[in-house]
Write a protein that binds this ligand. Structure first.
Ligand code: SAH
Length: 343
């Protein structure tokens, strides 16, 4: 398999070009062609000598994600893409149109090893990590698609298939590539990364003091409930998780998001809400409630709107900022936790 061109950061690219005996200015020229002008293959580099174009095409893969299928939701506002990777593995990613925003939800692994009971990706297990180039490649693909109709990406959520903090270095490298000031310049504040709660990685992320938004999949007010649905809780229990979250907020002064999928009769009572409010009291945070999307291998059902509203009211009264997330793309299996492929 050829290495992916988008795996290279600016230094890596400079090294490669030096090795080819290219002049220094070539690095920045190529970087800008690709990441500023979205010329995503050597054929699209007319200003570059043919010999170099051929060499690059021979040595690097420029199309890490290939569209195998695209499905559009009934309301036309959510699109799900099935991508094929170079080794034949498959991932999904989602594009969502909001009123004035366009958000993509991208994947970081083929499958996932976290085994969350209610998540279709978790149910398929982990096949492999995506490379930085495969992660950045999803962003570049969507950016190019949108540019055809003069539209621009507003937000990226790293919440597709996989546990981003289980593939930390590649995820951060991909963000560095798309964030680079000489290139695509996608601001970290418009990127959100979501983790099931891998504490050592949250600590590492805190130390890195990045501007990327952090979301934590909490989904329960107690260890007793959480470990039933998120097996990772046995390794990283809630007290320690919340401590790491508090340290993140204190160090970065950034607000943290907690995701909470409401499962009827499991974690959605007003008593659960009260317990959650107590846990989060005083923390700079926002709670994102979503009624569980149903998946094949999990019997639990999403909470009805009434119960979600009651839950929310308890948090409201306790002064915990929260919202009920709009459900998107459920009719095409593009909702949270519904992404799955045959690996
Ligand atoms: N591995 C990351 C990203 C996962 S997907 C993480 O755990 O945070 C993004 C969010 O969707 C997570 O909060 C995840 O717990 C949630 N989710 C998974 N399955 C779901 C389902 N069936 N219904 C609603 N949300 C779900």
């Amino acid at each position: 398999m050829k290495p992916c061109f988008f795996d290279l950061d600016l230094n890596d690219l400079s090294e490669v070009l030096k090795g080819y005996g290219e002049p220094d200015f070539r690095t920045k020229q190529l970087w800008q062609l690709v990441y500023k002008n979205l010329k995503l293959s050597p054929e699209a580099f007319p200003a570059v000598p043919k010999e170099l174009r051929l060499k690059l095409a021979e040595n690097f893969d420029f199309a890490p994600v290939q569209v195998l299928r695209k499905v559009v939701s009934q309301d036309q506002r959510t699109e799900k893409y099935l991508f094929g990777l170079q080794d034949g593995k498959k991932i999904e990613a989602v594009l969502m149109y909001y009123r004035e925003r366009i958000t993509i939800c991208i994947s970081t692994q083929v499958g996932c090893g976290m085994n969350c009971a209610f998540c279709a990706t978790g149910q398929m297990g982990l096949t492999r990590n995506l490379s930085a180039g495969e992660i950045a490649g999803q962003v570049l693909f969507f950016a190019q698609e949108l540019s055809l109709t003069e539209k621009k990406l507003s937000n990226i959520v790293i919440m597709g298939m996989g546990e981003p903090f289980h593939n930390y270095d590649n995820v951060m490298k991909a963000i560095d590539v798309i964030n680079h000031p000489d290139g695509f310049q996608f601001g970290e504040r418009r990127i959100t990364v979501s983790t099931v709660g891998l504490i050592p990685m949250i600590e590492k992320f805190t130390k890195a003091k990045r501007q990327i938004n952090l979301a934590i999949s909490l989904h329960a007010p107690s260890n007793k409930i959480r470990e039933q649905i998120l097996p990772v809780n046995r390794k990283y229990p809630m007290e320690q998780l919340l401590e790491a979250c508090q340290a993140y907020v204190q160090t970065t002064r950034r607000r943290i998001t907690f995701e909470y999928a409401l499962i009827h009769g499991v974690n959605d009572s007003v008593a659960d809400a009260a317990q959650l409010a107590k846990l989060l009291h005083g923390m700079l945070c926002h709670v994102n409630l979503i009624s569980l999307n149903e998946t094949k291998k999990y019997a639990g059902k999403g909470s009805p709107a009434e119960r979600a509203n009651d839950f929310r009211a308890v948090l409201d009264r306790a002064g915990i900022p929260c919202s009920i997330r709009l459900k998107r793309g459920v009719d095409i299996g593009a909702g949270c936790g519904q992404l799955v492929t045959q690996a």
